[in-house]
Design a protein around this ligand. Structure first.
Ligand code: FMN
Length: 338
């Protein structure tokens, strides 16, 4: 589905209840951004996104969304059983075999330089952060973010070999989501585009966990502006230390789940983003999930076709320019009524 922004600004549009609601939602988003950032500078970007989405709403058909929900529903009376053809099961690893490979530091628990808060503190402290300082992310921090969202955490010996399981859950253990990183400011890493190599390869080029957890360098250069432009001009994509991008390799899950797989792509990516968000807080970093982007432009930036593999979701991560605020901070605690 393509969102086509309405170019015709000169035509005065008639007031209607739905237009009024969309205006209210737009201003609500701006106010949310202001509240979370406390600075009007960031509201500009929130306003631009909201305005583009509001204009898009003017020409977007509402039906595809409902048709999607309808056509991917399971129904007791129409469920069909189908045999899985294991010979045609798509591979669950993607490799850029000719790309330079950068090994990542072991993602050991964050006990050393930054005492990680416990899980519940991380949950309480997680907020969408849109304002980042100039200090880069360290390679170890990036490594932990990748591992906590997409890394291999265990393996089981099966009659067919060894199966590797990753940090985030995935429908049917099919792992359709690939992770890319646009690096703006990460210590010891050239700015550019990288792909996360989840598993290493043995001498017969079979995936193994050993030697895994690396980045494949797809291209170098400052991609921050291009990244921001593709994300509806959200400048946080240029200001963040790194932007994580999650794509779906559609065949991996369609093989088993047919049309229903299209629900699972978004759910799988959502799990990864949630784990990344908490791993960021645990290390004193902050992130902002981003789903407002021009799909074609992001796919082009990544060098994927959008047909066999397409962008699902993104998160900009960096070192917050302000300390975290949480409900337990005194200024946020509501005074009980007397
Ligand atoms: C699916 C999804 C898409 C989002 N897309 C954007 C986005 O494109 N730009 C942005 O600034 N925030 C985006 N957000 C962040 C939300 O605005 C934010 O989560 C919300 O205001 C609640 O604030 P909190 O995350 O601090 O709890 C997105 C969040 C989700 C879950």
């Amino acid at each position: 589905m393509h969102i086509v922004p309405n170019q015709n600004h000169s035509i005065r549009q008639r007031a209607s209840p739905s237009r009024l609601v969309s205006w209210l939602l737009m201003w609500e988003l701006c106010i949310q951004v202001y509240k979370s950032e406390g600075a009007w500078g960031t509201v500009g970007s929130g306003y631009r996104v909201a305005r583009t989405l509001r204009q898009a709403g003017g020409t977007m058909h509402e039906k595809p969304g409902r048709a999607f929900q309808e056509q991917t529903s399971y129904r007791r009376d129409t469920m069909e059983e189908h045999e899985l053809d294991w010979r045609s099961k798509p591979p669950i690893y993607k490799f850029y075999n000719h790309a330079p490979v950068i090994s990542l530091p072991i993602p050991a628990p964050a006990l050393d330089e930054y005492p990680a808060p416990d899980l519940f503190t991380c949950v309480a402290k997680r907020r969408s952060v849109r304002s980042f300082g100039a200090t880069p992310i360290s390679l170890l921090e990036l490594s932990r973010l990748l591992w906590a969202s997409a890394g291999i955490t265990t393996s089981y010996i099966t009659p067919h070999g060894q199966d590797f399981y990753r940090a985030a859950p995935t429908a049917g253990a099919l792992y359709p989501i690939e992770t890319y990183v646009v690096v703006n400011r990460v210590e010891d890493l050239e700015p550019g585009l990288y792909h996360y190599r989840v598993a290493g390869l043995d001498i017969l080029e079979r995936p193994i966990a050993e030697g895994s957890h690396a980045l494949e360098q797809i291209r170098t250069g400052d991609l921050g502006r291009e990244m921001a432009a593709a994300a509806l001009d959200q400048l946080i994509c240029a200001r963040a230390g790194a932007v994580f991008l999650w794509t779906a390799v559609f065949a991996r899950s369609v093989w088993k789940y047919k049309e229903r797989a299209y629900r699972y792509f978004y759910l799988d990516a959502g799990h990864m983003a949630a784990q990344l968000a908490l791993a960021a807080v645990a290390q004193g970093l902050g992130g902002c999930p981003i789903a407002a982007f021009y799909d074609d432009e992001v796919n082009t930036l990544l060098g994927i076709d959008g047909e066999t593999e397409g962008i699902m979701y993104m998160t900009a991560v960096g070192r917050p320019s302000r300390p975290f605020r949480s409900m337990t901070d005194e200024r946020h605690t509501a005074r009980p009524k007397e």
